[in-house]
Design a protein around this ligand. Structure first.
Ligand code: FMN
Length: 172
């Protein structure tokens, strides 16, 4: 699908892209708070609110996180989106833990809010979890959903190409 010609009524959805290159300035604390607030407004299973967001701005820790992933993109702020497995909703019928889903929606809302503020983000899952856990001292009962490096984009790019909608949507 040629997403450049695809029109959505929601500019933010159109403008969000996976940003992998940032300017050296750190985002402001106001911007950070706006992004975090957007996250906690996400829909959450049974509204149990298991999401736990680790904000990393400490330079030594950011540097150390490179041992866990090559996808920090030298961002000056990284949000590590987790969920507390002791708090998240486990479906009664089969015990399925919905914390990962909750945390993903939280991350999505933060990415969209960041986009409206002119900030870039990238949803990153390619990391060595145990190393990341050790570096950030993440409790055992936390699931780690993703990392979101966040900053001012070095360049504004289109989002990645998409296959045809007919190949994705199944009508019954
Ligand atoms: C579950 C998930 C994991 C991802 N992990 C990474 C990652 O580790 N590194 C990375 O650069 N991008 C990662 N991405 C970003 C995707 O590569 C990107 O969303 C996709 O290529 C589409 O591009 P767009 O976001 O610009 O539309 C991930 C996205 C998702 C949803």
């Amino acid at each position: 699908m040629d997403t450049k010609n695809y029109k959505s009524y929601n500019d933010t959805i159109m403008e969000r892209f996976s940003c992998r290159s940032f300017l050296p300035q750190k985002i402001t604390q106001n911007e950070l708070q706006e992004v975090l607030k957007a996250g906690i407004l996400a829909p959450i299973a049974v509204n149990f609110q298991p999401e736990r967001i680790i904000v990393v701005e400490n330079e030594a820790l950011l540097e150390k996180m490179k041992e866990a992933t090559r996808f920090t993109f030298d961002a000056k702020t990284i949000l590590v989106v987790c969920y507390d497995k002791n708090v998240s909703w486990h479906r009664k019928s089969d015990g399925k833990d919905h914390g990962d889903i909750d945390a993903t929606i939280v991350a999505t809302q933060m990415m969209l809010e960041a986009t409206t503020l002119g900030l870039g983000t990238c949803f990153v899952c390619s990391f060595k979890e145990e190393i990341l856990r050790n570096i950030l001292d993440i409790p055992e009962n936390y699931g780690v959903t993703c990392m979101l490096p966040i900053g001012y984009p070095k360049e504004v790019l289109p989002h990645g190409p998409r296959i045809d909608i007919e190949d994705i949507v199944i009508y019954k």
